[in-house]
Design a protein around this ligand. Structure first.
Ligand code: ATP
Ligand code: MG
Length: 265
């Protein structure tokens, strides 16, 4: 189904990809990244894995040495030198994170949030990432964030620099309910959403029609569906990076159209 969404080209493009667990967030993040890398835009791209499960590096075929969680934990345990006179602790932690966690990949930079150890550390790592993002995003024209399932990242305002929200839904009613709650929370916690889009993943024809209707009733722009793709399933099963998907892949073609619909390319 052809979907037309007209908006002015904009940069910076700070995108978060969120939704119900297993809806296809990480897959969409990888597909959009591939589309961006193959587009003619000369963007500075940062990819952020903001899911403590840290699945995106594998999906992209990246070796990461440390997550923000790792460095924060080591910092807390005193593994880093703290004798740099003139630096306050937070600034020093941020310095070490920038030094040790940013992976320079081909065509993009990458950083993973990871997780801390034990109770309470999870919130702490979120707060550290949130603080660092404020400084990092200024250096990039496109930031793609793969979020943790559910709403918590919104409540924690991890999306506070995001101007474009993409919510992924699958065939389940629960994924639509999650999307509705997300829209509410985005408003409640006053996140500055220029756009809230919904992307279907593996929707049946009938469900696609239902999602289009649901989206218009809920004031959310439907911008396309990623079809079930044998290539994606095969690559995932064998641990092959999605950045190696062939151009003929149906999921990639759909991602290309979605990127066009939201004016990302
Ligand atoms: N369009 C698709 N075609 C084939 N397989 C897919 C497709 N979308 C997702 N998958 C597969 O479904 C599984 C879940 O997808 P994915 O990891 O992208 O979901 P997620 O929303 O990021 O999950 P989580 O909430 O755990 O982070 C993966 O194994 C992925 O390869
Ligand atoms: Mg994921």
């Amino acid at each position: 189904m052809e979907v037309m969404v007209c908006s002015m080209a904009k940069r910076p493009f700070y995108v978060s990809i969120s939704g119900k667990g297993g809806a296809g967030k990480t897959t969409l993040a990888a597909l959009l990244l591939k589309v961006l890398l193959e587009s003619s835009h000369d963007d500075d791209i940062l990819v952020v894995d903001a899911d403590p499960a840290t699945n995106l590096p594998q999906v992209l075929g990246l070796a990461i040495s440390k997550t923000i969680g790792d460095v924060s934990e080591e910092f807390r345990k005193g593994f880093y030198r703290l004798d740099n006179i003139g630096f306050e602790k937070t600034a020093l932690l941020e310095y070490y994170i920038m030094r040790d966690c940013i992976v320079e990949a081909e065509g993009f930079d990458f950083i993973a949030m990871g997780r801390g150890e034990g109770e309470g550390c999870y919130c702490y790592v979120n707060a550290v990432l949130s603080g660092i993002l404020g400084k990092l995003v200024q250096h990039y024209s496109v930031v793609l964030m793969d979020m943790e399932a559910g709403l918590e990242h919104l409540n924690r305002r991890l999306d506070r620099h995001v101007n474009t929200f993409i919510i992924v839904v699958d065939n389940s009613l629960m994924s639509l309910k999650t999307a509705e709650k997300m829209k509410e929370v985005i408003k409640e916690v006053e996140l500055k959403a220029d756009e809230i889009y919904v992307v279907g993943n593996r929707l049946s024809r009938r469900r696609e029609e239902a999602v289009i209707k649901w989206a218009s009733q809920n004031g959310i722009k439907y911008v396309g569906t990623i079809p079930n793709d044998e290539n994606v399933a095969e690559f995932a099963a064998n641990g092959i990076p999605l950045l190696n998907l062939p151009k003929t892949s149906e999921a990639l073609k759909a991602a290309y159209q979605i990127a066009k619909n939201i004016n990302l390319i």
